[in-house]
Design a protein around this ligand. Structure first.
Ligand SMILES: Cc1ncc(COP(=O)(O)O)c(C=O)c1O
Length: 479
C-alpha cells in the first residue's frame, strides 16, 4: 500500500512557485499607489467562487493563477496610501514575510516548552513597557481588540461578581451586574457583554461632553442611582480613542471613580492607547496605567498584519483563574514538552497560532521610535486634513480632532438635514467607486459624516489634498 503525505512530490517545483509568490507579492506591495484604492468584485469573479468542492488535486500553477486573477486584485484597499476607512491597519512587507515564517514553523502556541511562547512573553513585556503598564501585569495576544475586550471583561466579571461565576454561572447573581461606558463606546464592548451573558441592558451609556469625552458627573450619578435601585455596579469602561472621533476619556478621573467605588477599570484603547508612544500625547492618556485591564490592537496603528490584539491584566492571578480550565490530557509538567508557559490558561483559545512572531520581528525591524514618529505623522496629517476642511466654504468639520479621526461633510445652503445626508452618502459612495480614496462614515450628533481615520503609514500630505479636491468636485457634480 502506498502511504500518502501532504508534502510535495516535487519540492523543486514548489520552491520555484514559492519564490514566484514572494516576488509577486513584493511587486504588488511596491506598486500599491499605482492602483485604485478599491474596486468591487466583478460578477464573473463572484461566480467562480461557486465552484464545486474539488475532489482531486489540481495543478499548483493553475491554483496559484486562480489567486492572482480572482483574489489578489479585489482587497478592501486598506494597504493603499489613501485608505482611511473604519480603523484599519496597513501592514508591511516584512510583516508579510514574518507571517510566512510563523506558518512555516507552525507551532502550537497554546502551551508548553517551545521558543514561540517566550517570543510571545517578550512581546507582552514590550507592550507593557510601551504603554507604561505595570511590569507585574499578565497579558495575552488575541485576534484583535474585540477579543481583548472580551478577555478583560471576563476577568472583570469574575473578579467583581462576589461569587464564583465560573462555577455557578450568572444565574446565581441576586443583583444585576452593571457596567458603565460613554455613549461613544465601541460596539465590540456590546458584543463582549452579550457573549459574557451580562446582556446589553447591563451597559449604561453615559452622555459625553462637547468634546465627546465621558461626562464624569453623569457617570457618578448613574452609579449612585443604580446602587440605590439594588443593582450591582462592577466595571467602568474608559475609551482611549473613540471610534467616532478619537476622543480620549479623562482616564485619571475614571480611575479615581473606580477606586472610590471599588469598580474594575477596563480601557478600550484599540488604536488610541498606542498614542502613548509619543511624549507629546502621553499626558492626554494619563491614568491608562491605572487600569485593571487594557485592550488594544496591534494590527491597527502599529501596522502588524491581521490579526493581532493584546489584553493586559493588572492582576495575573485573577487573569489565570478566569481561563485556567484544564484536563488530565492538558496539564503543565515541570519538565518536557508540557512545561514552559501556558497561554491557554490566560485566554479562551486552546490551540493558538504564532501571532507573536510578526510583532517581535516587526518591532526589531523598525524600533519603537519609528512607530512613535509614524503615529505623530498620522496625527499631524489628520490636523492638516481638518485645516483643509475648515478652510473650505463647501465643507463642514463635524467634530474636534484630538487625535487621528476626522469627521466632516459637504455642505450646500438651503438643503435640509435629510437632503444633506442623502448628498453626502452619495458623494462618499461615488468617491469610493472612483478608486481615489476610501473614507467611511458615521453619524455625529445626528449628522451623516464622512469619516477618515488616519492610521496609514503610507499616506502623504498630498493624498489629503487629493481627497479634498475630489470631495468638493463630486459634491458639486451632485448638486
Ligand atoms: C475603539 C475600538 N474598540 C474596539 C475595536 C475593535 O477592534 P478589532 O477590530 O481589532 O477587534 C475597534 C475597531 O476599530 C475600535 O475602534
Amino acid at each position: 500500500m502506498k502511504e500518502e503525505t501532504l508534502d510535495p512530490e516535487n519540492w523543486e517545483e514548489l520552491r520555484q512557485i514559492g519564490h514566484q509568490m514572494v516576488d509577486d507579492m513584493l511587486d504588488w506591495l511596491q506598486t500599491l499607489r499605482d492602483r485604485p484604492v478599491w474596486q468591487p468584485v466583478p460578477d464573473e469573479v463572484k461566480a467562480r467562487f461557486q465552484q464545486r468542492l474539488p475532489l482531486e488535486a489540481q495543478n499548483l500553477r493553475e491554483v496559484y493563477k486562480d489567486f492572482l486573477t480572482d483574489v489578489l486584485p479585489f482587497p478592501n484597499g486598506n494597504q493603499h496610501p489613501r485608505f482611511w476607512g473604519w480603523v484599519h491597519g496597513t501592514s508591511t512587507p516584512f510583516g508579510m514575510l514574518a507571517e510566512m515564517l510563523a506558518a512555516g514553523m507552525n507551532p502550537q502556541v497554546g502551551f508548553g516548552e517551545r521558543s514561540a511562547v517566550y517570543v510571545e512573553k517578550q512581546v507582552i513585556d514590550w507592550c507593557k513597557e510601551m504603554l507604561g503598564f505595570p511590569s507585574e501585569a499578565s497579558g495575552i495576544l488575541v485576534s484583535g481588540c474585540t477579543m481583548a475586550n472580551v478577555t478583560g471583561l471576563t476577568v472583570a466579571r469574575n473578579a467583581k461578581a462576589g461569587f464564583n461565576v465560573q462555577q455557578q454561572g450568572l444565574q446565581n447573581s441576586n443583583a444585576k451586574m452593571m457596567l458603565y461606558g460613554s455613549s461613544e463606546t465601541h460596539s465590540s464592548i456590546q458584543k463582549a457583554i452579550e457573549v459574557l451573558g451580562l446582556g446589553n441592558e447591563s451597559l449604561r451609556r453615559i452622555p459625553v461632553n462637547s468634546d465627546f469625552r465621558i461626562d464624569l458627573a453623569a457617570l457618578k450619578k448613574a452609579i449612585a442611582e443604580d446602587r440605590a435601585k439594588g443593582l450591582k455596579p462592577f466595571c467602568v469602561i474608559g475609551n482611549a480613542g473613540t471610534v467616532n472621533t478619537g476622543a480620549i476619556d479623562d482616564l485619571n478621573g475614571l480611575a479615581d471613580i473606580c477606586e472610590a467605588e471599588d469598580l474594575w477599570f477596563h480601557i478600550d484603547g484599540a488604536f488610541g492607547a498606542l498614542a502613548a508612544l509619543s511624549p507629546q500625547y502621553r499626558p492626554v492618556l494619563k491614568g491608562m496605567e491605572r487600569a485593571d485591564s487594557l485592550a488594544f490592537s496591534l494590527h491597527k496603528w502599529t501596522s502588524m498584519p491581521y490579526e493581532v490584539g493584546c489584553a493586559l491584566i493588572r492582576h495575573p492571578d485573577k487573569h489565570r483563574q478566569s481561563f485556567s480550565a484544564t484536563g488530565a490530557y492538558l496539564l503543565p509538567l515541570s519538565r518536557g514538552v508540557s512545561s514552559g508557559i501556558w497561554f491557554s490558561e490566560y485566554g479562551v483559545q486552546s490551540s493558538r497560532g504564532f501571532r507573536a512572531l510578526k510583532v517581535w520581528l516587526s518591532i526589531k525591524e523598525n524600533g519603537i521610535n519609528k512607530y512613535r514618529r509614524l503615529i505623530e505623522q498620522n496625527i499631524s496629517q489628520a490636523a492638516y486634513l481638518a485645516s483643509l476642511i475648515e478652510a473650505s466654504p463647501d465643507l463642514e468639520l463635524l467634530a474636534p480632532v484630538p487625535l487621528n479621526v476626522v469627521c466632516f461633510r459637504f455642505v450646500k445652503r438651503n438643503l435640509a438635514e435629510d437632503q444633506l445626508t442623502e448628498l453626502n452618502r452619495e458623494l462618499l459612495v461615488r468617491l469610493q467607486e472612483s478608486g481615489i480614496a476610501i473614507p467611511t462614515y458615521t453619524t455625529i450628533k445626528g449628522k451623516f459624516a464622512i469619516r477618515c481615520s488616519v492610521t496609514n503609514h503610507r499616506s502623504r500630505r498630498e493624498d489629503f489634498d487629493l481627497l479634498i479636491e475630489n470631495v468638493i468636485k463630486i459634491g458639486k457634480e451632485i448638486t
